[in-house]
Design a protein around this ligand. Structure first.
Ligand code: NAD
Length: 454
C-alpha cells in the first residue's frame, strides 16, 4: 500500500538534491541523456515485448511511434542543448543606457510527469528528456493501464538514476493523487481533458505551473480538389495507427459533398490494402486497451450507417476499421473523443460551414486539411483555432522536434518537443546587469524634487 508520506519523503529528497547536488552544467545533462539512450537501446527487446503485450503494437509501429521518436528527441536535444542553455543576451531600452540584459534558463527544480497508456513509452520519455535537458530532477508516473511498459520504464530508470534524480512511481489514480499533493516545482500532464482539470486544480493550490497535453475531437477536412487516393492512405494511417488510440488521430471526417463517394471508395480500398479483408485476424492490427474502452467503442457502432467494417472480436479486444456515415453533429459518435478505429463521415458544401461547425466546439488538439487550394488552406488555417496539425497529412507534425507540440483551450496548454521542451522545463530568469560607470541623478526623489516639470 502506497502512502502519501512515502511520496512526501521521496519528493523532499529530490527537492533537496535539485537544490544542492544536481549540477547545472550542460555536460552533466548531456551525459545523463546519452546514458538514457544507451539504456533504452539495451532494453529494446523487453520494450518491444511489453508494447506487444499492452497494446499489440507491431515492431514497426513500436519503433516508428514510440522508440524512434524518443531516440530522435534525445539526439536532437543533445545536438542543440549547449546553445539552448547558454544565457541569452538581449538589448535594453534607451532608458536603461549602459546596462545589459540577460536571460538565464533556470531549471524549475523537481518536476512531476504523469502519462497515459496509449503511447506508454514515448509519452513518459519525451517529457523526461526535456526535464533532464532543463537540469531538473523528476518523478515519472506511467499509466497503470499499460503495466508491462511501466515495468520496463521503471527498470530503465532505476538502473540508471538514483531515486533523488529520477524516480518512477508505478500505480493508478491513488498514486497520482498522492503525488499531486506534493510540492513539485512543475507538473507535466498528458491525458484526458477531465483529469487535466483535476490536475490543474491540485496544482493551483500551490501555484505550481503546469503543461497539460489533453485530448478531444480532431477534425479532418477533405476538400473537393484533394488527391483522394493519397488522402485516403494518409487519413487511414492517422486513424489506424495504434487502432485509433492516438490523441491526434483524425477523429472525424468532413468531406466536400462532391467527393464524398469517391473518397469513401478510396478509404475502403486503403483499409483492405493496410490490414487485409480480415483485419481482426491480422496479427499486426492493434487492439483496444481494455474491456471498458472496447464496450464504449462497440456502443458507438450503433450510430449512423456503417459503410465499411463494423466487425469486432470481444476476446481479442479488436474492432475492424469502420466508416460510419452520419447525418448530423448531434449523433452520439460526435459527442465524445472516439479513440478507436471508427471514422464518422459528414459532408460539407462550403468553407464557412466547416469554420462554423468546428469553431462552435472546443478547440481541437489537431486539425487536418487535404487540399491543393491555397485560398482554402489560408482561410481554414487562419479561421480555425487548434493545437497543431498538417496540410495533406495526418500525425506527422508530432514527429519533428522543430515544431512545438501541444493543445489550446480544452485540448491543453503549453507545448514541448525540441527546444520547446527545454523552454517548458526551464524558467526564463531575466537579469538586468547595470553599469556602475555612471548614474542618472533624475531617477532619485531628491533630484526629481528639483525637476518638477518632469
Ligand atoms: P487519463 O486522463 O485517464 O489518465 C492519464 C494519467 O492520469 C494516468 O497516469 C492515470 O493514472 C492518471 N489519472 C487518472 N485519473 C486521475 C485522477 N483523477 N487524478 C490524478 N491522476 C489521474 O487518460 P488516459 O485514458 O490514460 O489517456 C487517454 C487520454 O489522453 C485521451 O483523452 C487522449 O486524447 C489523451 N492524450 C493526450 C495526448 C497529448 O499529447 N495531448 C497524448 C496521449 C493521450
Amino acid at each position: 500500500m502506497v502512502t502519501g508520506s512515502k511520496w512526501e519523503d521521496a519528493v523532499a529528497r529530490q527537492k533537496a538534491h535539485a537544490l544542492t547536488v544536481m549540477d547545472k552544467s550542460v555536460p552533466a545533462r548531456l551525459q545523463r541523456l546519452s546514458k538514457l539512450k544507451e539504456a533504452i537501446k539495451r532494453s529494446e527487446p523487453e520494450l518491444l515485448q511489453a508494447l506487444r503485450l499492452d497494446l499489440n503494437k507491431s515492431e514497426t509501429e513500436a519503433y516508428m511511434t514510440e522508440i524512434g521518436i524518443v531516440y530522435s528527441e534525445i539526439s536532437h536535444t543533445m545536438r542543440h542543448l549547449k546553445r539552448w542553455a547558454k544565457p541569452k543576451k538581449v538589448k535594453t531600452a534607451l532608458t536603461h543606457a549602459g546596462s545589459r540584459g540577460v536571460i538565464i534558463r533556470e531549471p524549475y527544480g523537481t518536476v512531476l510527469i504523469i502519462a497515459p497508456w496509449n503511447y506508454p513509452f514515448q509519452l513518459v520519455m519525451s517529457p523526461l528528456v526535456g526535464a533532464i535537458a532543463g537540469g531538473n530532477t523528476a518523478v515519472i508516473k506511467p499509466s497503470e493501464l499499460s503495466p508491462h511498459v511501466s515495468a520496463v520504464i521503471a527498470g530503465i530508470v532505476s538502473g540508471l538514476f538514483p531515486p533523488e534524480e529520477v524516480m518512477t512511481a508505478e500505480g493508478g489514480v491513488e498514486v497520482s493523487t498522492a503525488l499531486l499533493e506534493q510540492p513539485f516545482d512543475y507538473i507535466f500532464f498528458t491525458g484526458s481533458t477531465a483529469v487535466g482539470k483535476a490536475v490543474m486544480e491540485a496544482a493551483a493550490k500551490r501555484l505550481i505551473p503546469v503543461t497539460l497535453e489533453l485530448g478531444g475531437k480532431s477534425p479532418c477536412v477533405v476538400h473537393r480538389d484533394a488527391d483522394l487516393k493519397l488522402a485516403a492512405k494518409r487519413i487511414l494511417f492517422g486513424k489506424l495507427t495504434n487502432a485509433g488510440q492516438t490523441c491526434i488521430a483524425p477523429d472525424y471526417l468532413l468531406v466536400h459533398q462532391e467527393v464524398k463517394g469517391r473518397l469513401l471508395d478510396e478509404l475502403k480500398a486503403a483499409a483492405v490494402r493496410f490490414y487485409g479483408d480480415q483485419p481482426l485476424s491480422n496479427p499486426d492490427y492493434g487492439r483496444i486497451i481494455n474491456k471498458r474502452h472496447f464496450d464504449r467503442l462497440v456502443r458507438l457502432l450503433q450510430d449512423g450507417t456503417i459503410v465499411h467494417g463494423g466487425q469486432y472480436d470481444e476476446d481479442a479486444l479488436k474492432i475492424a476499421p469502420t466508416f460510419i456515415e452520419i447525418a448530423d453533429w448531434e449523433s452520439p459518435v460526435m459527442q465524445e473523443e472516439i479513440f478507436g478505429p471508427i471514422m464518422p463521415i459528414l459532408a460539407y458544401s462550403s468553407a464557412d460551414e466547416v469554420v462554423d461547425a468546428v469553431t462552435a466546439r472546443p478547440k481541437p488538439l489537431a486539425f487536418y486539411l487535404f487540399t491543393g487550394d491555397r485560398d482554402v488552406e489560408k482561410e481554414l488555417l487562419h479561421r480555425i483555432p487548434f493545437g497543431g496539425g498538417c496540410v495533406n497529412d495526418t500525425l506527422m507534425h508530432i514527429a519533428t522536434p522543430y515544431l512545438p507540440f501541444g493543445g489550446v483551450g480544452e485540448s491543453g496548454m503549453g507545448g514541448y518537443h525540441g527546444e520547446s521542451s527545454f523552454q517548458t522545463f526551464t524558467h526564463a530568469k531575466s537579469v538586468l546587469k547595470q553599469t556602475t560607470a555612471f548614474d542618472f541623478a533624475f531617477r532619485y526623489p531628491s533630484a526629481r524634487n528639483g525637476l518638477r516639470w518632469l
